[in-house]
Design a protein around this ligand. Structure first.
Ligand code: C5P
Length: 217
């Protein structure tokens, strides 16, 4: 039986670091669904498409080919660059993420990738919509301040020039957009285990989830 681990939570909750480390520890695949929304956000932004033009979006999505190969994404045959990681692309990702056709397109792709795999899938709606029957469901949170601090550190370490206030405002805006949208809003699945990571280290959170996995898979 496959073991699919869904990790959902708001921007900067530590999902990405937790999911990556957990996947490594378990020898599982790791799927970053936020990266997929970022890929689509950047792609449609570069085509100057408005999020209200649903027909145009649908047409453009037909020309887009996102492949998941050995843990990496290829977009129309090309490796994805760090360009998708900027706060600006995060805002576009979040904006286009409320478009039904975009969600349908990416949800189907995410289900296909996770089917029958031992995989850690990270996002906003994995336990509620994408894989509601996941063997393990985690909802990871932390305060907005703590999340902004982590994001700031992560981007600065990667050499991306950012300002703390911008990061905090981006987190506040994205929380609002992600939790208030009509389809697949960010929310805890009824049967998900909630972990507030504000006071815990990355390793501690990974160990907590690892124990749950050992029990359930
Ligand atoms: O996780 P990350 O911050 O990279 O995600 C970027 C944006 O993509 C989020 O703010 C959210 O709007 C959207 N997203 C989503 N559903 C997911 C993953 C990400 O709507 N499963």
């Amino acid at each position: 039986m496959p073991c699919r681990i869904a990790i959902d939570g708001p921007a900067g909750s530590g999902k990405t670091s937790v999911a990556k480390l957990l996947a490594k520890k378990l020898g599982f695949y790791y799927l970053d669904t936020g990266a997929m929304y970022r890929i689509v956000g950047l792609y449609l932004k570069n085509k100057n498409i408005d999020e209200k033009s649903h027909e145009e979006i649908e047409k453009e999505l037909k020309k887009l080919n996102i492949q998941f190969k050995e843990g990496h994404f290829l977009v129309n045959g090309k490796e994805v660059s760090d360009e998708i990681r900027t706060p600006e692309v995060g805002i576009y990702a979040s904006r286009f993420a409320s478009v039904p056709i975009v969600r349908k397109y990416l949800t189907e792709l995410q289900r296909k990738i996770s089917l029958n795999e031992n995989i850690v899938v990270e996002g906003r709606d994995i336990g509620t919509v994408v894989i509601p029957d996941a063997e393990v469901k985690i909802f990871l949170t932390a305060t907005q301040e703590a999340r902004a601090k982590r994001r700031y550190k992560e981007l600065t370490n990667r050499g991306v020039k950012v300002n703390f206030e911008d990061i905090l405002n981006e987190i506040i805006l994205r929380d609002k957009q992600d939790s208030e949208r009509e389809i697949a809003p960010l929310m805890k699945a009824k049967d998900a285990i909630e972990i507030d990571s504000t006071e815990y280290s990355l390793e501690e959170v990974v160990d907590m989830i690892y124990e749950v996995v050992k029990e359930k898979c």
